[in-house]
Write a protein that binds this ligand. Sequence first.
Ligand code: UDP
Length: 328
Amino acid sequence: MILVCGGAGYIGSHTVYELIDRGEEVIIVDNFQTGHRGALHPKAKLYDGDIRDKDFLDKVFGENNIDAVIHFAANSLVGDSMESPLKYYDNNLYGTLVLLKAMNRHGVKKIVFSSTAAVYGEPENIPIVETDKTEPTNPYGETKLAMEKMFKWADTAHDIKYISLRYFNVAGAHESGEIGEDHNPETHLIPLILQVPLGKRDFISIFGENYDTTDGTCIRDYIHITDLADAHILAVEKLRKDKISSIYNLGNGEGFSVKEMIEASRSVTGHPIPARISERRPGDPAKLIASSERAKKELGWKPKFTSVEDIIKSAWKWHQNKPKGFEA
Ligand code: UDP
């Protein structure tokens, strides 16, 4: 039985769908701060509560025979973290501390958790490998890095094995078009671009055109949500089999600028999508591209969505199906 913390969120809900497809029994913990009831899988058992609540976690672990945890319950926005750093330390770092203590009390020895490319800060090498320097440029990345270090010491002392997955830019939706990305407020590039052809905004803002990149706009490595969900399942299987802690980057190994993403979205949607240049967003590194060779080699991870057009098409299908997201 797998406990998914944050199983009503964007990445959590897609992972729950994949887990249940593969016959796993799933328990979801979510406080619905950012998650959606509409994203819950009907076959998963829900505990509505907060990972910072020790008694609540004791009930969840006490009532279920949990063998592994997949942990998504966190705040994850660079810009927001610059404005409210303490919220990130509280929910991300303190929340994970309470969770780890509960795992230790209940003898649960395996955890897969969401880390991020933001742990690297401005990269020294492209593509980025897991052994590269980690110097976050924002509190979001800083809390995720601190979480990784907490896991390392909890492994040494308490034998809790962890796999940390450092995601690059996640996008797209489940093939059914029934679940997808729905943040309020939305801050991510692809859903914001698609709001233009959906008639919800008049133009997309490009945050900075004077970065040291080919066209001056930030370059990111986009990965499809289903490929990301698959990596979590492979990570649980690896922990069950090898019982070795590890850290993996997850991206497609190819970078696209903000302008290229807008152009690709124009071609997918057939809409002109007007764009305007605005100020840089504080905390954004210029270029993030992953080497995911380690995940491919050690986890046997094989991403299926390797073209950004296909990733955008998948997001477009969801947004056309549910233009108002889960509220509809
Ligand atoms: N971005 C942009 N306009 C927007 C939203 C995002 O130019 O309206 C840029 C942002 O500055 C970054 C890239 O798009 O360089 C991806 O941002 P997103 O928030 O999607 O993901 P992040 O890289 O922060 O995880």
